[in-house]
Ligand binder design. Structure first.
Ligand code: NAG
Ligand code: NAG
Length: 463
Protein backbone atom coordinates (compact mmCIF):
# COMPACT_ATOMS: atom_id res chain seq x y z
CA UNK A 1 0.00 0.00 0.00
CA UNK A 2 1.48 3.24 -1.05
CA UNK A 3 -1.46 5.45 -0.32
CA UNK A 4 -0.65 6.44 3.30
CA UNK A 5 2.92 7.28 2.31
CA UNK A 6 1.67 9.29 -0.57
CA UNK A 7 -0.84 11.20 1.52
CA UNK A 8 1.84 11.75 4.15
CA UNK A 9 4.01 13.18 1.39
CA UNK A 10 1.15 15.31 0.21
CA UNK A 11 0.59 16.49 3.76
CA UNK A 12 4.26 17.38 4.01
CA UNK A 13 4.08 19.14 0.67
CA UNK A 14 1.09 21.15 1.86
CA UNK A 15 2.92 21.98 5.03
CA UNK A 16 5.97 23.21 3.08
CA UNK A 17 3.73 25.24 0.83
CA UNK A 18 2.07 26.66 3.92
CA UNK A 19 5.47 27.54 5.39
CA UNK A 20 6.45 29.12 2.11
CA UNK A 21 3.32 31.28 2.08
CA UNK A 22 3.90 32.28 5.69
CA UNK A 23 7.50 33.25 4.99
CA UNK A 24 6.35 35.19 1.95
CA UNK A 25 3.71 36.96 3.98
CA UNK A 26 6.17 37.91 6.72
CA UNK A 27 8.67 39.14 4.16
CA UNK A 28 6.05 41.31 2.54
CA UNK A 29 4.88 42.54 5.92
CA UNK A 30 8.50 43.30 6.88
CA UNK A 31 9.16 45.18 3.67
CA UNK A 32 5.97 47.21 4.00
CA UNK A 33 6.76 48.01 7.65
CA UNK A 34 10.28 49.16 6.87
CA UNK A 35 9.05 51.18 3.93
CA UNK A 36 6.49 52.73 6.26
CA UNK A 37 9.14 53.39 8.91
CA UNK A 38 11.31 55.21 6.39
CA UNK A 39 8.64 57.25 4.70
CA UNK A 40 6.13 58.12 7.35
CA UNK A 41 6.13 61.48 9.06
CA UNK A 42 4.04 60.24 11.97
CA UNK A 43 5.12 61.23 15.43
CA UNK A 44 5.46 57.70 16.81
CA UNK A 45 6.90 54.64 15.16
CA UNK A 46 7.56 51.51 17.24
CA UNK A 47 11.22 51.40 18.42
CA UNK A 48 11.61 47.91 16.95
CA UNK A 49 10.83 49.40 13.57
CA UNK A 50 13.20 52.35 13.99
CA UNK A 51 15.90 49.78 14.78
CA UNK A 52 15.13 48.02 11.52
CA UNK A 53 15.18 51.12 9.33
CA UNK A 54 18.34 50.94 7.24
CA UNK A 55 20.59 53.91 7.79
CA UNK A 56 20.26 54.65 4.08
CA UNK A 57 21.44 58.15 3.36
CA UNK A 58 23.37 58.23 6.60
CA UNK A 59 24.84 54.77 6.33
CA UNK A 60 28.31 55.91 7.12
CA UNK A 61 29.30 55.74 10.75
CA UNK A 62 32.21 58.09 10.39
CA UNK A 63 31.79 61.64 11.46
CA UNK A 64 33.94 64.66 11.68
CA UNK A 65 35.07 66.63 14.66
CA UNK A 66 37.92 68.97 13.98
CA UNK A 67 40.95 69.64 16.04
CA UNK A 68 41.60 72.73 14.03
CA UNK A 69 45.25 73.69 13.68
CA UNK A 70 44.54 77.38 13.23
CA UNK A 71 42.00 77.18 16.00
CA UNK A 72 39.82 79.91 17.39
CA UNK A 73 41.92 80.48 20.47
CA UNK A 74 45.35 80.64 18.84
CA UNK A 75 45.59 84.32 17.87
CA UNK A 76 44.78 85.57 21.34
CA UNK A 77 47.07 83.09 23.08
CA UNK A 78 50.15 83.45 20.96
CA UNK A 79 52.48 86.24 22.22
CA UNK A 80 53.74 86.72 18.65
CA UNK A 81 50.43 88.38 17.88
CA UNK A 82 50.76 91.00 20.60
CA UNK A 83 52.03 94.34 19.27
CA UNK A 84 55.31 95.59 20.71
CA UNK A 85 54.76 98.32 23.34
CA UNK A 86 54.29 101.74 21.81
CA UNK A 87 53.49 100.45 18.31
CA UNK A 88 50.18 101.47 16.74
CA UNK A 89 47.74 98.68 17.46
CA UNK A 90 47.27 96.46 14.42
CA UNK A 91 43.98 96.13 12.59
CA UNK A 92 41.42 94.00 14.38
CA UNK A 93 38.04 92.74 13.26
CA UNK A 94 35.21 94.62 14.97
CA UNK A 95 31.90 93.01 14.25
CA UNK A 96 29.76 96.15 14.51
CA UNK A 97 32.07 97.99 12.12
CA UNK A 98 33.23 95.25 9.76
CA UNK A 99 30.61 92.46 9.63
CA UNK A 100 29.04 93.78 6.42
CA UNK A 101 32.27 94.86 4.78
CA UNK A 102 32.84 92.62 1.77
CA UNK A 103 36.06 94.43 0.86
CA UNK A 104 38.47 93.33 3.58
CA UNK A 105 41.90 92.73 2.08
CA UNK A 106 43.67 89.37 2.24
CA UNK A 107 45.64 90.21 5.40
CA UNK A 108 42.56 91.52 7.16
CA UNK A 109 40.69 88.35 6.17
CA UNK A 110 43.44 86.22 7.73
CA UNK A 111 43.43 88.29 10.91
CA UNK A 112 39.65 88.40 11.17
CA UNK A 113 38.86 84.76 10.42
CA UNK A 114 41.53 82.32 11.59
CA UNK A 115 40.47 78.74 10.89
CA UNK A 116 37.97 79.70 8.18
CA UNK A 117 40.25 78.77 5.29
CA UNK A 118 41.17 75.29 6.50
CA UNK A 119 39.42 73.45 3.74
CA UNK A 120 40.95 75.57 0.99
CA UNK A 121 44.46 74.81 2.21
CA UNK A 122 43.53 71.14 2.61
CA UNK A 123 42.38 70.90 -1.03
CA UNK A 124 45.48 72.83 -2.13
CA UNK A 125 47.73 70.31 -0.38
CA UNK A 126 45.77 67.49 -2.02
CA UNK A 127 46.17 68.86 -5.54
CA UNK A 128 49.84 69.73 -5.11
CA UNK A 129 50.33 66.05 -4.29
CA UNK A 130 48.10 64.94 -7.17
CA UNK A 131 49.62 66.73 -10.13
CA UNK A 132 48.01 70.18 -10.05
CA UNK A 133 44.98 71.15 -12.13
CA UNK A 134 44.43 72.03 -15.75
CA UNK A 135 41.81 72.39 -18.47
CA UNK A 136 42.00 68.68 -19.30
CA UNK A 137 40.93 67.82 -15.72
CA UNK A 138 37.78 69.89 -16.21
CA UNK A 139 37.11 68.49 -19.69
CA UNK A 140 37.00 65.02 -18.15
CA UNK A 141 34.11 65.94 -15.81
CA UNK A 142 30.68 65.17 -17.29
CA UNK A 143 28.47 68.15 -16.54
CA UNK A 144 25.45 66.56 -14.87
CA UNK A 145 22.25 68.35 -13.93
CA UNK A 146 22.99 70.77 -11.11
CA UNK A 147 26.47 71.60 -12.37
CA UNK A 148 28.01 74.61 -14.07
CA UNK A 149 31.37 75.56 -15.57
CA UNK A 150 32.75 79.08 -15.43
CA UNK A 151 36.00 81.02 -15.49
CA UNK A 152 37.47 84.20 -14.11
CA UNK A 153 39.47 86.22 -16.62
CA UNK A 154 41.10 89.50 -15.50
CA UNK A 155 38.76 89.53 -12.55
CA UNK A 156 35.61 89.13 -14.65
CA UNK A 157 33.28 86.16 -14.30
CA UNK A 158 32.33 84.25 -17.46
CA UNK A 159 29.75 81.45 -17.61
CA UNK A 160 30.69 78.57 -19.93
CA UNK A 161 27.92 76.04 -19.30
CA UNK A 162 24.99 75.48 -16.97
CA UNK A 163 23.00 72.26 -16.68
CA UNK A 164 19.87 72.37 -14.54
CA UNK A 165 16.99 70.02 -14.07
CA UNK A 166 14.57 72.80 -13.29
CA UNK A 167 13.89 76.00 -11.48
CA UNK A 168 15.49 74.83 -8.21
CA UNK A 169 18.85 74.17 -9.86
CA UNK A 170 18.64 77.34 -11.93
CA UNK A 171 18.15 79.53 -8.87
CA UNK A 172 20.85 77.83 -6.85
CA UNK A 173 23.36 78.11 -9.69
CA UNK A 174 22.46 81.75 -10.22
CA UNK A 175 22.90 82.41 -6.50
CA UNK A 176 26.36 80.81 -6.52
CA UNK A 177 27.43 82.80 -9.60
CA UNK A 178 26.15 85.98 -7.97
CA UNK A 179 28.06 85.31 -4.75
CA UNK A 180 31.23 84.80 -6.78
CA UNK A 181 30.61 88.01 -8.66
CA UNK A 182 29.99 89.92 -5.42
CA UNK A 183 33.22 88.66 -3.87
CA UNK A 184 35.07 89.70 -7.04
CA UNK A 185 33.73 93.22 -7.38
CA UNK A 186 34.47 93.95 -3.72
CA UNK A 187 38.12 93.04 -4.26
CA UNK A 188 40.55 95.92 -4.71
CA UNK A 189 43.03 93.68 -6.54
CA UNK A 190 40.37 92.17 -8.77
CA UNK A 191 41.91 93.18 -12.10
CA UNK A 192 45.26 91.67 -11.08
CA UNK A 193 43.84 88.21 -10.36
CA UNK A 194 45.24 85.23 -12.22
CA UNK A 195 42.78 83.50 -14.51
CA UNK A 196 41.13 80.30 -13.31
CA UNK A 197 38.49 77.98 -14.68
CA UNK A 198 36.33 75.74 -12.51
CA UNK A 199 33.27 73.48 -12.28
CA UNK A 200 30.78 73.63 -9.42
CA UNK A 201 27.75 71.64 -8.28
CA UNK A 202 24.73 72.76 -6.28
CA UNK A 203 23.58 69.23 -5.50
CA UNK A 204 23.53 68.08 -1.86
CA UNK A 205 26.06 65.32 -2.31
CA UNK A 206 29.20 64.86 -4.37
CA UNK A 207 28.11 61.34 -5.36
CA UNK A 208 24.83 62.68 -6.77
CA UNK A 209 26.69 64.22 -9.69
CA UNK A 210 30.33 63.32 -9.93
CA UNK A 211 33.21 61.15 -8.83
CA UNK A 212 34.97 62.23 -5.65
CA UNK A 213 38.26 62.31 -7.61
CA UNK A 214 37.17 65.42 -9.48
CA UNK A 215 38.19 68.95 -8.43
CA UNK A 216 34.58 70.18 -8.31
CA UNK A 217 33.48 73.07 -6.07
CA UNK A 218 30.73 71.69 -3.84
CA UNK A 219 28.51 72.69 -0.91
CA UNK A 220 29.51 69.84 1.39
CA UNK A 221 31.79 66.84 1.42
CA UNK A 222 32.34 63.78 3.57
CA UNK A 223 35.75 63.24 5.14
CA UNK A 224 36.88 60.86 2.41
CA UNK A 225 35.96 63.16 -0.50
CA UNK A 226 39.29 64.92 -0.65
CA UNK A 227 39.56 66.16 -4.21
CA UNK A 228 36.62 68.56 -4.02
CA UNK A 229 36.71 72.19 -2.89
CA UNK A 230 34.14 73.56 -0.46
CA UNK A 231 32.24 76.71 -1.35
CA UNK A 232 29.76 78.66 0.82
CA UNK A 233 26.18 77.60 0.12
CA UNK A 234 23.78 79.55 -2.10
CA UNK A 235 21.71 80.53 0.96
CA UNK A 236 24.18 83.29 1.80
CA UNK A 237 23.08 85.03 -1.40
CA UNK A 238 19.43 84.06 -0.84
CA UNK A 239 17.46 80.91 -0.27
CA UNK A 240 14.40 81.46 -2.39
CA UNK A 241 13.17 78.35 -4.10
CA UNK A 242 9.70 77.84 -5.48
CA UNK A 243 8.17 76.56 -2.21
CA UNK A 244 10.26 78.46 0.25
CA UNK A 245 11.21 82.11 0.37
CA UNK A 246 13.67 82.69 3.16
CA UNK A 247 15.71 85.53 1.72
CA UNK A 248 19.38 86.55 1.91
CA UNK A 249 21.16 85.10 4.93
CA UNK A 250 22.08 88.46 6.46
CA UNK A 251 18.46 89.54 6.23
CA UNK A 252 17.35 86.37 8.03
CA UNK A 253 19.92 87.14 10.73
CA UNK A 254 18.45 90.63 11.19
CA UNK A 255 14.99 89.12 11.44
CA UNK A 256 16.18 86.59 14.01
CA UNK A 257 17.99 89.24 16.05
CA UNK A 258 14.83 91.33 16.17
CA UNK A 259 12.85 88.35 17.46
CA UNK A 260 15.47 87.04 19.89
CA UNK A 261 14.62 87.38 23.59
CA UNK A 262 16.76 87.69 26.73
CA UNK A 263 18.32 84.44 27.90
CA UNK A 264 16.35 84.36 31.17
CA UNK A 265 13.05 84.44 29.28
CA UNK A 266 13.84 81.49 27.03
CA UNK A 267 12.08 78.16 27.50
CA UNK A 268 14.35 75.61 29.15
CA UNK A 269 13.72 73.10 26.41
CA UNK A 270 15.26 71.56 23.32
CA UNK A 271 13.33 72.44 20.17
CA UNK A 272 13.31 70.70 16.79
CA UNK A 273 10.84 70.73 13.92
CA UNK A 274 11.32 68.75 10.75
CA UNK A 275 10.34 65.91 8.50
CA UNK A 276 11.50 62.56 9.93
CA UNK A 277 11.37 60.91 6.51
CA UNK A 278 14.30 63.03 5.19
CA UNK A 279 16.76 61.02 7.31
CA UNK A 280 14.60 58.57 9.24
CA UNK A 281 17.28 56.80 11.23
CA UNK A 282 18.84 59.99 12.58
CA UNK A 283 15.70 62.01 12.99
CA UNK A 284 13.69 59.22 14.63
CA UNK A 285 16.57 58.66 17.05
CA UNK A 286 16.22 62.29 18.14
CA UNK A 287 12.44 61.94 18.47
CA UNK A 288 12.84 58.78 20.56
CA UNK A 289 15.53 60.30 22.79
CA UNK A 290 13.29 63.24 23.70
CA UNK A 291 9.91 61.48 23.94
CA UNK A 292 8.35 61.94 27.38
CA UNK A 293 11.10 64.33 28.57
CA UNK A 294 9.91 67.57 30.12
CA UNK A 295 12.79 69.35 28.36
CA UNK A 296 11.94 68.01 24.92
CA UNK A 297 9.88 69.92 22.36
CA UNK A 298 10.60 67.84 19.27
CA UNK A 299 7.85 67.49 16.69
CA UNK A 300 7.40 66.31 13.15
CA UNK A 301 6.27 68.82 10.59
CA UNK A 302 3.60 68.26 8.00
CA UNK A 303 3.96 70.81 5.24
CA UNK A 304 0.71 69.80 3.56
CA UNK A 305 -1.61 70.69 6.43
CA UNK A 306 0.76 73.05 8.25
CA UNK A 307 1.02 70.96 11.46
CA UNK A 308 3.82 72.01 13.82
CA UNK A 309 5.45 74.45 11.40
CA UNK A 310 7.61 76.95 13.27
CA UNK A 311 9.22 80.07 11.83
CA UNK A 312 13.01 80.23 12.03
CA UNK A 313 12.95 83.21 14.40
CA UNK A 314 10.60 81.41 16.81
CA UNK A 315 13.29 78.80 17.50
CA UNK A 316 15.06 81.55 19.47
CA UNK A 317 12.38 81.24 22.17
CA UNK A 318 14.18 78.11 23.34
CA UNK A 319 17.49 77.74 25.17
CA UNK A 320 18.40 74.65 23.14
CA UNK A 321 17.98 74.02 19.41
CA UNK A 322 18.64 70.60 17.91
CA UNK A 323 20.36 70.24 14.55
CA UNK A 324 20.11 67.04 12.50
CA UNK A 325 21.61 66.34 9.09
CA UNK A 326 19.19 65.61 6.25
CA UNK A 327 19.95 63.81 3.02
CA UNK A 328 23.44 65.20 3.30
CA UNK A 329 24.52 68.40 5.07
CA UNK A 330 21.68 70.55 6.31
CA UNK A 331 21.88 74.18 5.25
CA UNK A 332 19.71 75.09 8.22
CA UNK A 333 22.60 75.00 10.70
CA UNK A 334 23.57 78.59 9.95
CA UNK A 335 20.00 79.80 10.54
CA UNK A 336 19.88 78.00 13.90
CA UNK A 337 23.24 79.56 14.77
CA UNK A 338 21.66 82.99 14.31
CA UNK A 339 19.77 82.59 17.61
CA UNK A 340 21.42 83.24 20.94
CA UNK A 341 20.72 79.65 21.94
CA UNK A 342 22.69 76.44 22.39
CA UNK A 343 22.94 74.26 19.28
CA UNK A 344 22.75 70.54 19.99
CA UNK A 345 24.01 68.46 17.06
CA UNK A 346 24.94 64.84 16.53
CA UNK A 347 28.44 64.09 15.25
CA UNK A 348 28.29 65.46 11.73
CA UNK A 349 29.19 63.45 8.70
CA UNK A 350 29.12 66.20 6.08
CA UNK A 351 31.52 69.11 6.20
CA UNK A 352 30.63 72.65 5.15
CA UNK A 353 33.18 75.41 4.87
CA UNK A 354 32.50 76.85 8.34
CA UNK A 355 32.28 73.56 10.25
CA UNK A 356 35.94 73.73 11.22
CA UNK A 357 34.94 76.42 13.71
CA UNK A 358 32.60 74.16 15.68
CA UNK A 359 34.12 73.55 19.12
CA UNK A 360 32.53 70.74 21.17
CA UNK A 361 34.31 71.33 24.51
CA UNK A 362 36.63 73.56 26.50
CA UNK A 363 36.39 77.30 27.18
CA UNK A 364 35.51 78.08 23.54
CA UNK A 365 32.78 75.44 23.34
CA UNK A 366 30.12 76.76 20.98
CA UNK A 367 27.76 73.79 20.61
CA UNK A 368 26.88 70.47 22.21
CA UNK A 369 27.93 67.38 20.35
CA UNK A 370 26.11 64.09 20.91
CA UNK A 371 26.40 60.64 19.36
CA UNK A 372 24.62 59.90 16.09
CA UNK A 373 22.08 57.73 17.93
CA UNK A 374 21.47 60.46 20.56
CA UNK A 375 21.94 57.96 23.41
CA UNK A 376 23.99 60.50 25.39
CA UNK A 377 21.53 63.34 24.83
CA UNK A 378 19.96 63.23 28.32
CA UNK A 379 23.36 62.95 29.98
CA UNK A 380 24.57 66.07 28.16
CA UNK A 381 21.35 68.07 28.50
CA UNK A 382 20.58 67.53 32.16
CA UNK A 383 23.65 69.21 33.74
CA UNK A 384 23.06 72.25 31.51
CA UNK A 385 19.39 72.42 32.48
CA UNK A 386 20.50 72.53 36.12
CA UNK A 387 23.21 75.12 35.41
CA UNK A 388 21.76 77.42 32.76
CA UNK A 389 24.65 79.88 33.26
CA UNK A 390 26.98 77.28 31.75
CA UNK A 391 24.54 76.84 28.88
CA UNK A 392 24.43 80.60 28.38
CA UNK A 393 28.22 80.69 27.98
CA UNK A 394 27.98 78.16 25.15
CA UNK A 395 25.21 80.20 23.50
CA UNK A 396 27.26 83.40 23.82
CA UNK A 397 30.30 81.68 22.30
CA UNK A 398 28.15 80.53 19.42
CA UNK A 399 26.85 84.03 18.71
CA UNK A 400 30.32 85.56 19.00
CA UNK A 401 31.89 82.92 16.76
CA UNK A 402 29.21 82.41 14.14
CA UNK A 403 26.58 85.14 13.97
CA UNK A 404 28.97 87.99 14.64
CA UNK A 405 32.06 86.69 12.88
CA UNK A 406 32.31 83.60 10.70
CA UNK A 407 28.82 83.80 9.19
CA UNK A 408 28.95 87.48 8.27
CA UNK A 409 29.03 88.91 4.76
CA UNK A 410 32.63 89.91 5.39
CA UNK A 411 33.59 86.31 6.18
CA UNK A 412 31.70 84.94 3.20
CA UNK A 413 33.46 87.27 0.75
CA UNK A 414 36.83 86.51 2.39
CA UNK A 415 36.17 82.79 2.01
CA UNK A 416 35.30 83.07 -1.69
CA UNK A 417 38.46 85.03 -2.41
CA UNK A 418 40.54 82.57 -0.37
CA UNK A 419 39.01 79.83 -2.51
CA UNK A 420 39.96 81.68 -5.74
CA UNK A 421 43.49 82.22 -4.35
CA UNK A 422 43.94 78.64 -3.17
CA UNK A 423 42.69 77.27 -6.48
CA UNK A 424 44.86 79.73 -8.43
CA UNK A 425 47.90 78.30 -6.70
CA UNK A 426 47.31 74.81 -8.08
CA UNK A 427 45.75 75.86 -11.40
CA UNK A 428 48.47 75.09 -13.91
CA UNK A 429 46.73 76.10 -17.16
CA UNK A 430 45.80 79.18 -19.01
CA UNK A 431 42.13 79.93 -19.62
CA UNK A 432 40.85 79.96 -23.19
CA UNK A 433 38.85 83.13 -23.78
CA UNK A 434 38.57 82.93 -27.55
CA UNK A 435 36.95 79.99 -29.29
CA UNK A 436 38.84 79.33 -32.56
CA UNK A 437 36.17 76.88 -33.56
CA UNK A 438 33.31 79.35 -33.24
CA UNK A 439 35.35 82.45 -34.00
CA UNK A 440 33.95 84.28 -31.03
CA UNK A 441 34.48 84.81 -27.32
CA UNK A 442 34.14 81.72 -25.24
CA UNK A 443 31.46 81.77 -22.51
CA UNK A 444 29.13 84.60 -21.62
CA UNK A 445 29.94 87.38 -19.17
CA UNK A 446 28.00 87.11 -15.89
CA UNK A 447 26.46 90.54 -16.54
CA UNK A 448 24.92 89.26 -19.77
CA UNK A 449 24.10 85.83 -18.41
CA UNK A 450 21.79 87.16 -15.70
CA UNK A 451 19.83 89.06 -18.36
CA UNK A 452 18.94 85.88 -20.25
CA UNK A 453 15.37 84.66 -19.85
CA UNK A 454 14.99 81.79 -17.38
CA UNK A 455 14.43 79.19 -20.07
CA UNK A 456 17.73 79.95 -21.82
CA UNK A 457 19.58 79.78 -18.50
CA UNK A 458 18.31 76.30 -17.63
CA UNK A 459 20.57 74.53 -20.05
CA UNK A 460 23.21 76.82 -21.33
CA UNK A 461 26.17 75.75 -23.38
CA UNK A 462 28.87 77.78 -25.15
CA UNK A 463 31.81 75.40 -25.27
C1 NAG B 1 35.95 98.08 4.33
O1 NAG B 1 37.29 97.62 4.37
C2 NAG B 1 38.16 98.28 3.50
C3 NAG B 1 39.50 97.59 3.58
O2 NAG B 1 39.98 97.65 4.89
C4 NAG B 1 38.24 99.76 3.89
O3 NAG B 1 39.07 100.44 2.97
C5 NAG B 1 36.84 100.35 3.84
O4 NAG B 1 36.88 101.68 4.29
C6 NAG B 1 35.91 99.55 4.73
N1 NAG B 1 34.56 100.03 4.56
C7 NAG B 1 33.84 100.42 5.58
C8 NAG B 1 32.46 100.93 5.25
O5 NAG B 1 34.22 100.39 6.71
C1 NAG C 1 52.45 72.66 -15.41
O1 NAG C 1 52.25 72.46 -16.81
C2 NAG C 1 53.44 72.46 -17.57
C3 NAG C 1 53.08 72.41 -19.04
O2 NAG C 1 51.94 71.62 -19.25
C4 NAG C 1 54.30 71.29 -17.15
O3 NAG C 1 55.51 71.28 -17.87
C5 NAG C 1 54.60 71.43 -15.66
O4 NAG C 1 55.30 70.31 -15.22
C6 NAG C 1 53.31 71.57 -14.88
N1 NAG C 1 53.63 71.87 -13.51
C7 NAG C 1 53.15 71.15 -12.50
C8 NAG C 1 53.63 71.58 -11.18
O5 NAG C 1 52.41 70.23 -12.68
Amino acid sequence: MTLPGCSRWRLRQNFLLYLFYCAGFFCLFGIISIWFGMNTDRDYVHPLLTQLIPAGHCACQTSTTFQCSTCLSCPEQSPAHLPPPGAPSPWQFQSTRDANNESLDADQCQTAFPGLFEDVSRAGVYWRAHGYLGTEDLDRIPLELGMARAFIHRGELHVVAVHSKGEDHRRKILAVLSSIHRALVADARRAARRDIEFVFSVEDKVEDVTSSDNPVWVLARSATEEAVWLMPDFGFWAWDNTQNSIGPFDQVVERVKRADIPWSEKKQQLVWRGKPSFAPKLRRALMDATRGKSWGDVKQVDWTDGTNIMRMEDHCQYMFIAHVEGRSYSASLKYRQACNSVIVAHKLQYIQHHHYLLVPDGPHQNYIEVERDFNDLSAKMEPLLRDTKAAQRIADNSVRTFRERYLTKAAEACYWRALFDGYEQVWNSSVTVWSEQQQRERGLRYESFILLDSQSMLNFETM
